[in-house]
Design a protein around this ligand. Sequence first.
Ligand code: CS2
Length: 486
Amino acid sequence: MSLASLPTLPSSIALPSYAPGDTRIGIVHFGPGAFHRAHQAVYVDDLLAEHPDWAICAVSLHSADVRNALQPQDDLYTLALLGERSHLRVIGAIRELLCAPQQPAAVLARLADPAVRLVTLTVTEKGYALAGDGLDLAHPEIAHDLAAPETPRSVVGYLVAGLRARWQRGIAPYTVLSCDNLADNGHRLRRAVLQYAQRIDSALAAWIADQVAFPCSMVDSITPATDDAFRVRVADELGCADAWPVQRELYTQWVIEDRFCNARPPFERVGATLSHDIAGYDRAKLRLLNGAHSTLAYLGSLLELDTVADAMAEPVLATFVERLMREAIAPSTVLPDGLDVGAYIDAILGRFRNPAIRHRLAQIAWDGSQKLPVRLFGTIGDALAAGRPIGSLCLAVAGWMQFVRRQACRGVALVDPLGEVLAAIGRTCWGDAQGDVAAFLALDEVFASLADDVRFVEALCIAYALLGDATPATVLQALEGALVRA
Ligand code: CS2
């Protein structure tokens, strides 16, 4: 795969409708993982023919893997769109790839470039280094950056270093657009950036508070990780190798708050929704889709299932999750005006069943300590406040605890920033619900004030005990029991 090989690809492969070499960088993006490359970069790809000054400079904050894979192929890669009739498309929207630890000066130069008017982020929940409502000042990267703000390591450190350079040089600031699965992502990022900037220079912080926009956004498209089998399939179809193709379902959604402090790409021309009020969309998506996803991931893994489609083919689990969405999550969530929640849930369930997608439960199970607060705890808090039952929601949370315990007992490392702490808890669990649950609830950074609610603690202990030894048989029994009781 390279610019030179594009004309030789089979005619069934869609190619960029512009000359990649004629574009200019207008966006710096942090976190060029599969999601960014299958989602935002595709919207940009659709724009570049008419708006060539919005190409992307993609920056990895830690690993050089994406840069090393894509640079030799002129930063091009293949996207597989998976549906009834899957097809391949070559994306050229990323025109520069940088690995921040190896090329910090190049990253800072891009951030200070007046042609860059938008900085976007998909750095996952943990990438924001948040604690509670603000920034985790004890986070090693944040502590490092506060001591040496000219040579940052964290995304917040880079954002502020770039804004500081523009402030000093009289260059208009860029808009900072978070595209991660966090409710109120823009507000949360703004708070973190201001808290950090305040510690460096209060005049800079005041300028950022006054001049920089941090719109919120909601992103949605199911993007299974790339594996070797997929690489081989793509290479067969292309007739040449692509070091890192990505795949996603056909469905895609991007709702962006229309609050920019500098020029913005006309994303509404390529299918995104620009709105003045996006609150509610992000909540609906995070709680219904991602909440259900995490539930399937933990309970499905305990049932020894492999993919989301496999989990949806297990009738007891599929019924449990559907009822969780309709009867526990939707009624406890303030939804956006006009959303037909029944149809929204139907569509999500249909997407989960998509047989063309092998979305591994193990991938969704990553980072549970970061995901559960955003995906399930808000719903539980709202249900408690309204006096609604939380038993089925607690089965999902207990499923995570039992999953952690099982992985720890099997000696399988957890992919989670709290992986080692969780494994240590998991190893001490011996099946006594009160004791095991208490050990997890002591994790303040995960449970916060929810751990003080006796109704939650009681319901969680019951759910944990219902899952028993968390073998497939006891998990099925617990789910069947929950369906009968509900
Ligand atoms: C998933 C999400 O991996 C996960 O945790 O729940 O990546 C999910 O596929 C996307 O948010 C869908 O938009």
